[in-house]
Ligand binder design. Sequence first.
Ligand SMILES: Nc1ncnc2c1ncn2[C@@H]1O[C@H](COP(=O)(O)OP(=O)(O)OP(=O)(O)O)[C@@H](O)[C@H]1O
Ligand SMILES: [Mg+2]
Length: 222
Amino acid sequence: MSIIVSGHIKGGTGKSTIATSFATKIVQSGASAVVVDVDETSTSATWFAIREGEGRTPSVPVVQQLKTPVPVIIELSKKYDAVIVDVGARDIDTLTPLARICDLWIAPLGIGQPDLSATIQLYEEFSRKHSQHKAQRIPLVSVFNKVPSSWNTSEEIDAREFLAEQCPELVILKSYIKDRKAWRDSGRLGLGITEMPAREALKAIEEFDAFFAEALSHHVKH
Ligand SMILES: Nc1ncnc2c1ncn2[C@@H]1O[C@H](COP(=O)(O)OP(=O)(O)OP(=O)(O)O)[C@@H](O)[C@H]1O
Ligand SMILES: [Mg+2]
């Protein structure tokens, strides 16, 4: 039904972390979801192995498909309510076939200059390819992740303003995800962030829930 990509040309921005938590949240809501890991570093597949090893429920299936993933993703989208694609940092030519078929593309980025520059590049490349999408627009949304949690930082606001200026039509989600230990712990434990104990992860969960709802509001209408 729905194909949601967590992807960027930049490495280490939180693509896999967001993909697995996104899928978990969908499964928790009672819908079906599968993660397709398109990355040979296998972060989502490893997360799944930990999860299965620990006997965690509900099951959040992860399949790995490194080569020509598009036909597999389309097949899976007929069986599952949502297919979440975790695509490792890739060149734009590898990302384009996925951009063409997705209903939502989430590009997480950090507030640093390399992530901002890479996001501008992704936006510009996708802008040139809008006509290849069935809705005539690649549904790209960007979200700031790993935002420093010190209370007095203006870095996130500065980064946001800079990105908005450079990319006038880019959707930059209002919600953002701070750098929190709970995220690293959830990865290590094979959990989605919303499965973490509230006493350890309340703020991370609240931030994620706000991001989840806002991101889905940009999903292509069927
Ligand atoms: N909000 C966050 N707070 C703290 N740590 C985070 C957060 N988001 C991601 N991380 C951590 O950052 C690291 C990189 O995250 P992740 O593997 O999801 O990035 P990626 O974009 O998939 O990387 P790659 O390009 O290698 O595929 C991991 O250790 C993860 O636990
Ligand atoms: Mg990854």
